[in-house]
Design a protein around this ligand. Structure first.
Ligand code: ASP
Length: 314
């Protein structure tokens, strides 16, 4: 089996203009290409890191320079990566001024004995790894406008940002990015990166940097990356849950559906999307939102890009 790379750009509504949709599709394709190029030279971890870094740099998704703002107008990002061969993970949470949080997560994996680093320590690591960048990189006129509008709505009492589920439903959760990959040696890896949710409290951490919640990889089972309401995904440990369903014998498609169904039964629709890959290179996605931006590739080329529920996939 040759290398396989699959990516997602978040679950949500994806009710975008045709022009924006073209950007999303191009960014997904670019991410798959970046992952395939990396896995041709290296391994599954290289593939997921390069695919996710591409999406962080694209500005199209809620990750890296495209990240959304906290309630006080800051940009605080979460990211995690897992190596299915060693069973080790690296992650960072609520980091600021880091151009590629997924690269910092990998630095935690490679250069430390820890799994999750936050606060000043994460900033020091980012400095050591040469990953700090100017704050201005994370702000844009478009996001500033959205921030102003949402703050006004909040202040007018039309919705309350403390109720994460309501906020997420209202805004259409989404645009978090993730990748899963299989390399030629049969190693699996997963990575997820996000700016979180609009108007989250400063310091709020979602599922994306939590192993088992926002991502999981195990060479004997598969690799997973999650998107949706971070609080729900963390409480349900959705990625690990899907992996354990695969371990129990369900194929990747059935395992992801079951895991999403369990989350829906407990917390309702519009809460989660899962992307998965098994050790044979089979790709699957399941979501309880209107859409989930996703793509995959193998044999050095993009095989499919899909956005909505009815789109042909995989
Ligand atoms: N899961 C992310 C979070 O809650 C958001 C998303 O997937 O869009 O931080």
């Amino acid at each position: 089996m040759g290398p396989v790379v699959a990516v997602h750009g978040g679950a949500g509504r994806w009710s975008v203009s045709p022009e924006e949709e073209a950007h999303v599709r191009r960014a997904l394709e670019g991410a798959v290409d970046a992952g395939l190029a990396a896995v041709a030279r290296g391994n599954a971890v290289d593939a997921v890191v390069e695919a996710v870094a591409y999406m962080e740099d694209s500005g199209v998704f809620n990750a890296g320079v495209g990240s959304v703002y906290t309630v006080s107008g800051r940009v605080q990002m979460d990211a995690g990566v897992m190596d299915g061969a060693s069973g080790r993970a690296g992650a960072v949470a609520a980091v600021e001024d880091v151009k590629n949080p997924v690269r910092l997560a990998r630095y935690v994996l490679d250069a430390t004995d820890h799994v999750l680093v936050v606060g000043e320590g994460a900033r020091e690591l980012a400095r050591a790894a040469g990953l700090l960048t100017a704050k201005t990189a994370f702000y844009s006129d478009r996001k500033n406008e959205m921030f102003k509008r949402m703050r006004q709505e909040t202040l007018a009492g039309r919705w309350h940002y403390k109720k994460v589920l309501e906020v997420a439903r209202r805004l259409g959760v989404g645009d978090t990015v993730g990748a899963v990959a299989l390399d030629r040696d049969g190693n699996l890896a997963a990575a997820t990166s996000t700016g979180g949710v609009w108007l989250k409290l400063d310091g709020r951490v979602g599922d994306s940097p939590i192993p088992g919640a926002g991502f999981w990889a195990d060479n004997s089972v598969g690799a997973l990356s999650a998107t949706g309401v971070g609080e729900v995904i963390t409480i349900t440990m959705a990625s690990l849950r899907a992996a354990e369903l695969m371990r129990a014998g369900l194929d990747v498609d059935a395992a992801l559906r079951r895991a999403v169904d369990l989350v829906t039964e407990r917390f309702g629709e519009d809460t989660i999307g899962l992307l998965g890959l098994d050790r044979k290179g089979r790709v699957a996605a399941a979501f309880n939102t209107a859409a989930m931006a996703r793509a995959w590739g193998a044999d050095k080329q993009v095989k499919r890009v899909a956005l909505r529920r009815g789109d042909i996939w995989p």
